[in-house]
Ligand binder design. Structure first.
Ligand SMILES: Nc1nc2c(ncn2[C@@H]2O[C@H](COP(=O)(O)OP(=O)(O)OP(=O)(O)O)[C@@H](O)[C@H]2O)c(=O)[nH]1
Ligand SMILES: [Mg+2]
Length: 442
């Protein structure tokens, strides 16, 4: 459910509405005032009528609506707010929720010191997509896909070039062919077991379909690749607050990812708290606090060097008392020794469970997608210590090692839930195995 709770129909459902029946809605404080003063502003009604016509004839996609809505807007200001209220009204968004959306966006702009459209457009689109539950929309997905493709371009170039070369030499799908295919996959860091499983499936499919067409082979390859990637099961939300323990070695993007997750939940109407469990450095606490302010969510911290388990315990106590829906617990990624870090994490996990049954409800390991084989040992280490329920991959916009990523989630059977595609709050999207396979193989 999006931030806007009671939207019954989106634009799609309104396309058949007769334009003639349209009555100019009262959209903003300004126009209300004008009405009261008796100066019905003809121009005002006209732009709304014009805009509505344009929106009605456009493809019902958020990015296109925004293009139309923002066409002569260069900066944040009254005109922008008026346009947004107009959009919300036409989408049946309750006025108080529309107002709250705009207020929160204004606050964010101020916090970020942004004013020009280029600076805030993608954030606005992201917020709208989340609030209106439009994230699965095609255009949202293709934005993600482009970034993903760029990030994976190196692996893709390597893999596709070699697979194409192999296919141009032979489509016999005999022992030699499969041996070479295995070699290509292992060279791309896909991992031994994953390679064997994939090749096994491909053998069956090519036999079943009596395949000879190289293009069809590539399609099957993508399908099987996507099927191999574990998917997150349907989760039942626990009794609030839901506690999410964030894990990962230093520098992988853990804190940024917490902010991105917290932001998504907040945009979806949840009351969120960030707990500064990385007490190793004062800067880590401050960084999290800055994010909490930007997002406008709750924050709990103690001074640097305090016991992280105590921070987690107290944060959760407060979250329970104050009716929070979700608590994200940040943790340190670096301590004097690995043993220390793992013991600390175990303790945090224990005390969370004491404070609230079943907590932590999710343990999320953050991995940097540009790391090579090292990522595998990170998964092993954290999984053995506290168990990893899901993986979030960051920096897929960089020169990501696509093969390694694949190997990890398949070998450990841990689903990837989100991918980070940049440093900003809106740069994170749910992970889609099909898209990933498509981006990897082109
Ligand atoms: N390009 C890109 N950069 C990212 C992404 N996620 C995080 N970063 C950057 O990576 C750097 C480290 O991020 P942090 O969130 O501080 O990482 P951390 O794991 O909390 O690090 P420590 O707290 O120092 O252990 C920052 O400069 C982030 O902006 C991403 O998805 N893409
Ligand atoms: Mg951090």
């Amino acid at each position: 459910m999006g931030f806007f709770s009671r939207i019954k129909r989106l634009w799609k459902g309104r396309r058949e509405d007769k334009v003639e029946e349209y009555k100019a809605p009262s959209l903003s404080v300004e126009s209300e005032k004008e009405k009261r003063e008796g100066k019905r502003d003809v121009d005002d009604t006209q732009w709304k009528r014009q805009l509505r016509l344009e929106l009605q004839s456009a493809t019902p996609k958020l990015s296109i609506w925004l293009d139309i809505l923002l066409q002569d807007i260069g900066e944040a200001g009254d005109k922008l707010w008026e346009r947004l209220f107009f959009l919300f009204e036409t989408l049946d968004v309750p006025p108080e929720e529309a107002r709250s959306f705009v207020d929160s966006f204004k606050k964010w702009l101020k916090e970020m010191e942004y004013s020009s459209l280029e600076e805030f457009r993608s954030e606005l689109q992201y917020r709208l997509a989340l609030a209106l539950d439009l994230e699965d929309e095609e255009d949202e997905q293709s934005r993600l896909f482009l970034k993903l493709s760029e990030g994976l371009s190196r692996t893709k170039e390597h893999l596709t070039r070699r697979i194409d070369a192999l296919l141009s030499r032979s489509t016999a799908f005999d022992e030699d062919f499969w041996e070479e295919m295995e070699e290509i996959l292992i060279m791309a860091d896909v991992g031994f077991n994953t390679t064997l499983r994939l090749v096994e499936r491909l053998k069956i499919r090519t036999r079943e379909e009596k395949l000879s067409d190289p293009e069809r082979f590539k399609e099957i390859f993508k399908e099987e690749l996507a099927l191999l990637i574990p998917r997150p099961g349907k989760r039942i939300r626990p009794l609030p607050p839901e506690v999410v323990l964030m894990l990962g070695v230093n520098g992988v993007g853990k804190t940024t990812t917490i902010a991105k997750l917290a932001y998504r939940e907040t945009m979806q109407g949840k009351k969120v708290m960030l707990a500064a469990g990385d007490t190793f450095r004062a800067a880590a606490i401050e960084q999290l606090e800055v994010w909490a302010k930007r997002i406008g969510c709750g924050f709990y911290a103690k001074e640097a060097k305090s016991d992280p388990a105590a921070v987690a315990y107290e944060a959760l106590a407060r979250a329970k008392k104050e009716g929070y829906d979700v608590v994200f617990v940040d943790t340190a990624g670096r301590l004097h020794t690995k043993v220390n870090l793992m013991e600390e994490l175990k303790k945090i996990k224990r005390v969370l469970g004491k404070q609230h049954a079943g907590a932590p409800h999710r343990t999320v390991l953050v991995l940097d997608a540009t790391t090579g084989q090292n990522a595998l040992s990170q998964v092993k280490l954290f999984n053995e210590a506290v168990g990893v329920d899901e993986i979030i991959l960051t920096k897929l916009d960089g020169t990501a090692k696509g093969g390694v990523v694949l190997g990890i989630c398949v070998e450990y059977n841990i689903p990837i839930t989100y991918v980070g595609l940049g440093e900003k709050m809106e740069d994170m999207r749910p992970f889609d195995p099909k898209r990933f396979a498509e981006a990897l193989l082109g």
